[in-house]
Design a protein around this ligand. Structure first.
Ligand SMILES: [Zn+2]
Length: 469
């Protein structure tokens, strides 16, 4: 559902903070500038569920299943994937779009899991700290040499030249030693990734195909133009080493399960429809293509571009083809809700919720529809559903802002202020969050749970990356 404009805006809060933290900690994984391109993170139940399925066995093989590692989809069409904080694997939607098979994407995720399992981030940070110290020492030595050269009088003094060289040199030397260190980590992550894939009965061919593609593309592409290449230098010998261990696996020739391939194609069709221009979507999925993914993409782009009735007819066709697909009902509900028909959105969203095992993002959408109906009888149900959603999806502002509206309708202004404050806090708007939380405190009795929560916000430290005012 993420992908609609309004929801995207509402989901952007946590995510700005998350990405700011990632940027700060990811010297080996440069992110492209994200300005004015919508929210940094994309949220979608269908895609997230599939990526979790891709990653779960790998994490288990890596001994990381207890760490609750999340997969976060970044709103960037370039190919990239990286780890930044030991708790999340970040993957650009571009990497999903460019992975034609589940196995290719799983290979990239296995490689990133290799970084996590190897504790590479902590080691890299250590290495960077050491490099910084080396740099300072080298600068001091260089400056000393220049001073010594100057003291002997100029006239092409060799020592002065050596000093200048030392000043220019250490950065480059240290950069190179970091690069070779990073290359070593990449090879270790490759090896670990292949090990995890083999341990889970999967082929490493997709990982190899993807990385080889980058080697051959780097021959043509301007050096360093691609973010994945910047963070993942791929010299031919690395790819050759990967090929050797990948081919040694008994699963090298294993193909993706067709049902999984279909879900993969559905995810990519959805991302295309929500993220790409309409003419691009129709070029990828022309009317002559009657596959389910193509029909999915066209139904989404039709609703996004305002033809609700045609979109609903197309969605009904999809539901006929797969009557138990939660995401078709979710799409139907979302299209109706955004088309200004919230009363009709409630039933399909209930169905989507039941079929998705109560996915919290769908709960938020249903809560939003219930609030939008202007039917007072729906308000209590909205509050119950939204409370359930925010208890599990604690970082999405949408759940709290809808909860605030529901409480407002009931005339419970204390809870409404508190929920608004929570939404503002998650959006990174600390000033508004503090103001609303202070007002909420005056509405609750001192020491009640609501008062304590409001007080927490008043005294909370801002989320990293949020506005400092
Ligand atoms: Zn890597």
């Amino acid at each position: 559902m993420l992908l609609d404009l309004a929801l995207r805006k509402k989901f952007s809060g946590m995510t700005a903070a998350t990405v700011a933290a990632a940027l700060a900690l990811a010297p080996m994984a440069p992110l492209r500038a994200q300005e004015n391109k919508g929210p940094p993170i994309l949220r979608d139940t269908e895609a997230e569920a599939l990526l979790r399925e891709y990653t779960r066995p790998i994490l288990r093989a890596a001994g990381l299943e207890k760490q609750n590692i999340q997969i976060v989809i970044i709103n960037d069409g370039a190919f990239n994937a990286f780890v930044a904080d030991g708790r999340r694997i970040f993957v650009n939607y571009g990497a999903i779009m460019q992975s034609e098979t589940p196995n290719q994407l799983i290979g990239v995720l296995a490689h990133e899991t290799g970084h996590l399992a190897g504790g590479h981030l902590a080691k890299l940070r250590e290495q960077l700290a050491r490099a910084q110290t080396q740099m300072i020492i080298a600068m001091l030595l260089g400056a000393g040499a220049i001073a010594a050269g100057a003291a002997r009088g100029s006239g092409g003094s060799g020592l002065a030249d050596a000093g200048a060289a030392a000043l220019a040199g250490p950065g480059e030397m240290i950069r190179r030693s970091l690069l070779s260190y990073q290359r070593q980590q990449e090879e270790n992550a490759d090896r670990a990734g292949v090990k995890f894939l083999t341990a889970t009965g999967q082929s490493a061919r997709g990982m190899y195909d993807t990385f080889r593609r980058f080697t051959s593309e780097s021959l043509f592409a301007a050096r360093g133009a691609d973010p994945y290449l910047q963070s993942h230098p791929m010299p031919a010998d690395r790819v050759a080493a990967l090929e050797e261990i990948a081919r040694a696996s008994p699963y090298w020739d294993k193909k993706d399960d067709p049902a999984l391939q279909l879900r993969h194609d559905m995810m990519r069709a959805k991302i295309s429809a929500f993220m790409e221009r309409q003419d691009t979507v129709y070029r990828r999925f022309p009317l002559s293509n009657t596959s389910l993914p193509a029909r999915y993409a066209r139904a989404i782009t039709t609703y996004l571009h305002g033809d609700l009735n045609s979109a609903l007819a197309q969605i009904d066709g999809l539901i006929q083809a797969q009557p138990n697909n939660a995401y078709f009902y979710e799409l139907r509900g979302q299209a109706l809700l955004e088309g200004g028909r919230p009363n009709e959105a409630v039933a399909p969203l209930h169905k989507a919720l039941a079929l998705s095992n109560n996915a919290p993002l769908i709960e938020m959408l249903l809560g939003q529809a219930l609030v939008a109906t202007d039917n007072k009888a729906h308000t209590d149900e909205a509050i119950t559903i939204l409370r359930a959603a925010v208890s599990r999806e604690t970082e999405a502002p949408l759940g709290f802002s809808q909860l605030a509206m529901a409480y407002g309708k009931k005339g419970d202004y204390a809870e409404a202020d508190l929920a608004s404050a929570q939404a503002a806090y998650l959006r990174g708007d600390n000033k508004t969050a503090r103001e609303l939380a202070s007002r909420a405190k005056t509405r609750f009795a001192v020491g009640t749970p609501g008062w304590v929560k409001a007080d927490d916000i008043v005294t909370a430290k801002p989320l990293p990356g949020s506005k400092s005012n």
